[in-house]
Write a protein that binds this ligand. Structure first.
Ligand code: 13P
Ligand code: ZN
Length: 283
């Protein structure tokens, strides 16, 4: 079936609803964005054109500071609104979502559709734009979706263990055989940063050069991928593995986990190239 802007909005809202049903989007938690192909832009007669605004977060003065994203200059994104509840996307898409276009320099954006009743893009806009910029280049344009969710098991993990990229990846790879397949490069970790801040956006973008997903300490996860299903699927795999870990430690001491030999066997079978730096740390 040929996709139209409106069928695509339904799909987007369905993903948001799925995230809410899992309990990963309390109140306004979580945000989603998707780089749109030209064929998926809103019909011309439903478009408007707001004034251009800088892409950066509000500084002390309250005004946004522009950042430059030449990789995504001219691109359009469907993105959730600041303060919107994911469960409401289905109900009133034009209030909870919007389509923005980045200008030819990559430093301003304007609204083409949505954000009715004075809405604005998510407070994590800068992070989304940084990620799209980095992933578009690295994936040769393949990666188009970014999802952020407040997954409880992953959040809990950040309270009970000292973590970094390697510790987190090893734990996940060794607790569920799907993991090395789903993310052979590993998963990144960022110590707590203020939500919506430039520091969080910049650190996340740096990690997304090497990973598709990053865990934010005491907060949640953000991931990028070619489409909504694959990106959410990656988050589901990571969160489920974390649940397995927490169930296992709640039931007693962990006595068995996937060995390096078994992980290498999986990698060999599926012709994967797992992150060697992390793999070499597994005994
Ligand atoms: P927004 O409502 O601005 O998208 O913020 C939700 C969130 O999860 C911030 O990290
Ligand atoms: Zn959040």
């Amino acid at each position: 079936m040929k996709q139209t802007f409106h069928s695509f909005i339904d799909r987007f809202a369905q993903t948001a609803n799925d995230i809410w049903l899992k309990g990963w989007a309390e109140a306004n938690a979580g945000n989603i964005s998707l780089r749109l192909d030209d064929s998926l832009l809103p019909p011309k007669n439903s478009r408007r054109s707001s004034k251009w605004q800088p892409t950066g977060p509000p500084a002390q003065s309250g005004r946004r500071a522009g950042r430059e994203f030449p990789q995504i200059a001219g691109d359009c994104f469907l993105i959730s609104a600041a303060g919107s509840f994911l469960k409401n996307f289905k109900l009133s898409p034009d209030e909870n979502l919007g389509v923005i276009q980045i200008d030819s320099e990559g430093s301003n954006y304007r609204v083409l559709w949505g954000f009715a009743r004075n809405g604005a893009p998510t407070s994590e806009l800068l992070t989304h734009l940084y990620i799209h910029s980095v992933r578009k280049k690295i994936s040769n344009g393949k990666d188009k979706a970014v999802i952020h969710a407040h997954c409880p098991a992953l959040s809990a993990l950040t309270f009970i263990l000292p973590l970094d990229d390697a510790r987190l990846t090893k734990l996940l790879w060794q607790m569920h055989a799907e993991c090395i397949l789903a993310f052979p490069e590993g998963v990144g970790f960022i110590p707590w940063q203020m939500p919506g801040s430039s520091a969080l956006a910049e650190k996340t973008a740096e990690k997304l050069k090497n990973f598709h997903a990053v865990l934010w300490q005491f907060h949640g996860i953000i991931a990028a991928g070619p489409d909504l299903d694959k990106t959410l699927g990656l988050i589901e795999t990571i969160e489920k593995t974390c649940e397995i870990y927490i169930k296992a430690i709640s039931a007693g001491r962990i006595k068995n986990k996937l060995s390096k030999k078994q992980l290498l066997k999986i990698a060999d079978h599926f012709r994967l190239k797992p992150n060697q730096k992390i793999l070499s740390q597994i005994k």
